[in-house]
Design a protein around this ligand. Structure first.
Ligand code: ATP
Length: 293
């Protein structure tokens, strides 16, 4: 039996703008995706005979059948590369689910990378990203990870200089938010568009204060209007000295960036005390896979 383990990193959006709604219902976005040092572990093992795909997840709220994004990713790459051997995929879940942190997308991307390595298929990152487009808008980014500007419907990716090792806090309240619902309730005539270009400039210069000052997410007002807990969580982070605090993706996860570890720990304790968030995690940015360096 052969076995491989891939780390699947979560992301936050440092900036998220929606430019327009296309005829086909998709949205044109312009966003800065930053991976963080919080990951699921995806173990892929093979049998010796032809067979199907089986899924096992440490989080039993996730489907363990063909609805799991890991299954869909494995099915796709097997079909495209004519791999017939049976696969068992074990998901050790640490990223909160339905949180706006691309949990399912990053697991799927890890499956593509893992199977590519396991069977020595020698697909380039470009080829894997093309394949990933079929699985969801965030999956191509998750194939390569780090920090990227994402445009189009998420498939046009440009690597950018990521955040340095700043302390970050992630807090996810006990609600699940459907990305579809958020987009349906987004009124583009009313939003204030964030200055993504300014934020990219600031990232390039390593100017954390300006990166934080320019943090903006057009989806935040939609989710926040429905769930006040998001505003409350941001309030605690800011009171505890966050340089910036904002919802990630379509939410409900909020992340904060702090100047030092002392402030981070203070905010962590206050957040725990408040009981506003189910998951409270201290982390930092993650800027690349070791095997890519
Ligand atoms: P995004 O930021 O890309 O919008 P998210 O973090 O909001 O994603 P996910 O954690 O990917 O959301 O979960 C969305 C849905 O996908 C859940 O309802 C979950 O049941 C389903 N799902 C399928 N496979 C997975 C997986 N491997 N990990 C997490 N969720 C999965």
């Amino acid at each position: 039996m052969n076995l491989i383990v891939e780390k699947a990193y979560a992301k936050v959006n440092l900036g998220l703008d929606v430019l327009s709604r296309r005829e086909d219902g998709y949205h044109e976005v312009k966003m800065i995706m930053q991976q963080i040092d919080l990951f699921d572990e995806i173990e892929i093992s093979t049998g010796f005979i032809e067979g199907g795909i089986t899924i096992e997840s440490s989080d039993k709220s996730l489907p363990e059948n063909s609805d799991n994004l890991c299954y869909k990713a494995a099915e796709l790459i097997r079909e495209m590369c004519d791999v017939k051997i049976g696969l068992h995929i074990k998901i050790d879940k640490h990223i909160p689910v339905a949180a706006g942190m691309a949990g399912g997308s990053t697991d799927a991307a890890a499956v593509l990378r893992g199977i590519n390595r396991l069977f020595m298929l020698e697909l380039s990152d470009d080829e894997l990203r093309k394949m990933a487009e079929k699985l969801g808008a965030d999956v191509p980014f998750c194939v390569s990870g780090g920090c990227m500007l994402s445009e189009g419907i998420g498939e046009i990716l440009s690597p950018v200089k990521g955040l340095s090792e700043v302390p970050m806090l992630v807090a996810k309240p006990q609600i699940g938010v459907s990305t579809k619902w958020v987009y349906e309730n987004l009124d583009l005539s009313k939003v204030t568009h964030p200055d993504i270009d300014g934020q990219l400039e600031a990232l390039k210069k390593g100017d954390i204060n300006t990166v934080c000052k320019l943090m903006g997410n057009v989806l935040e007002s939609v989710t926040e209007e429905e769930y006040d807990v998001i505003r409350q969580i941001k309030g605690i982070m800011k009171e505890e000295g966050a340089l910036g605090a904002m919802m990630s993706g379509s939410g409900p996860t909020v992340f904060g960036i702090f100047e030092n570890l002392e402030q981070l720990k203070g905010a962590y304790n206050k957040m725990k005390e408040s009981a506003l968030a189910k998951d409270v995690i201290m982390t930092k940015p993650y800027n690349g896979r070791p095997d890519m360096e």
